[in-house]
Design a protein around this ligand. Structure first.
Ligand code: FE2
Length: 378
């Protein structure tokens, strides 16, 4: 649907806009309109970088005339001084948001039964060869927090190719692409065959990896089933049923740490289990009880914190929220490490797991680009 304007008028130092579809009026300061002018001398036509001198614009800048053109599809502003004219598409003005970096399409939270019905996956050949399939994969990942690529050759090369199709690999203390069997080369339980409870990775990292990719290259073992949990669903349940505990977990910043003095490493970072953005929207779930560093709160708050953490942990162990699946060669899993918790049962035998971390911003960047190419809102 194309947005159109039905009226535009100057009110003091603002322009008030009325919309063809009757939605609430919008008010934009004239200074804002001059600062965001789309003309080639004000903004680079390709990179959209600002060229206009923001600080050379008078805060009381005046317009000679504002008018609608092209049946309300364009707003024209003729400035009082300098003879400059700015034009804005109604579509551009109607899409303005305070938080333009947040992806426009909202996520759907899930439990075991919901996700069992829609199991997000795309086929490997299409994923590698067709832009629409890559977009479909990223849309599913944005919506559900994970998606599988199915039919991938069980080789390191194919795993790397799947990752490279999405974004470049993130380098960390574990390297870039990793590929391991159980050993303690890294001082981390992930490199053993023990059970690992639900967690997100990188609670010790200021910018925790946005996405993690797994490909099980060999599974000559018993046990070792993988578990995925929607942290955003857990947040919804806590907000509804244990509001005070939920709020506490949005406030208490929990430190995580990774210690390997042998390699000269001591990483630390701190954030709430439920991290909200400036609009109060949940943007990240961070939880790794193994990596929680000692920290002290006032005693009463400390005890309340343990109660809230126990409620969160109980939901993590609620099987009606768990999507369980044994990873096998051929299935590459990508999941949102800012949302989906992962866990693994213990196993006996031989298992070879490979994967990469990808940055949050790079995966979102790819999806924004593909949405724009498809003519969709970002
Ligand atoms: Fe992990």
């Amino acid at each position: 649907m194309t947005a159109t304007l039905s009226a535009a008028r100057v009110l003091g130092h603002d322009v008030e806009l009325e919309w063809g579809d009757g939605r609430p009026r919008a008010t934009l300061p004239l200074m804002w309109l001059r600062d965001n002018c789309q003309a080639v001398e004000s903004q680079h036509p390709e990179t959209k970088q600002r060229i206009v001198d923001t600080f050379g614009i008078k805060t009381d800048i005046a317009a000679r005339e504002v008018a609608l053109e092209e049946h309300g599809r364009v707003l024209k502003v003729e400035w009082a001084e300098g003879g400059h004219v700015s034009r804005f598409e109604a579509r551009f003005l109607s899409a303005l948001r305070t938080n333009p970096e947040v992806l426009a399409v909202r996520y759907s939270t899930w439990g075991r039964d919901d996700i069992g019905e829609v199991l997000p996956e795309v086929p490997y050949a299409a994923f590698m060869g067709e832009e629409a399939a890559l977009k479909d994969f990223l849309e599913k990942t944005a919506r559900f927090g994970f998606c599988f690529v199915e039919g991938v050759p069980g080789t390191p090369e194919a795993t790397k190719a799947v990752a490279a199709r999405i974004a470049y690999t993130r380098e960390t203390i574990f390297g870039g692409y990793w590929d391991f069997t159980a050993n303690l080369e890294h001082k981390d339980t992930a490199y053993t065959s023990m059970a690992i409870g639900p967690h997100t990775d990188g609670t010790y990292s200021i910018d925790a990896p946005g996405y993690q990719m797994f490909h099980c290259l060999a599974a000559d073992c018993t046990g070792g089933e993988n578990v995925l949990l929607d942290g955003f669903r857990i947040a919804e349940i806590m907000r509804r049923e244990k509001a005070a505990e939920y709020e506490l977990l949005t406030q208490v910043a929990i430190p995580g740490q990774y210690l390997d003095h042998g390699r000269g490493i001591h990483l630390m970072a701190r954030r709430p289990l439920f991290r909200l953005d400036d609009a109060g929207e949940l943007v990240q779930v961070s939880y790794n009880n193994y990596d929680r560093a000692p920290f002290a709160l006032p005693a009463a708050r400390q005890k309340a914190f343990y109660r809230a953490l126990a409620s969160f942990n109980a939901l993590c162990n609620d099987t009606s929220l768990q999507h369980r699946r044994r990873l096998l060669p051929g299935s590459v899993l990508l999941f949102d490490n800012w949302r989906v918790l992962h866990a693994r049962d213990s196993y006996t035998g031989y298992r070879r797991l490979a994967g990469v971390y990808l940055n949050k911003e790079d995966v979102e960047s790819r999806l924004r680009f593909l949405r724009t190419r498809a003519g969709e809102a970002i």
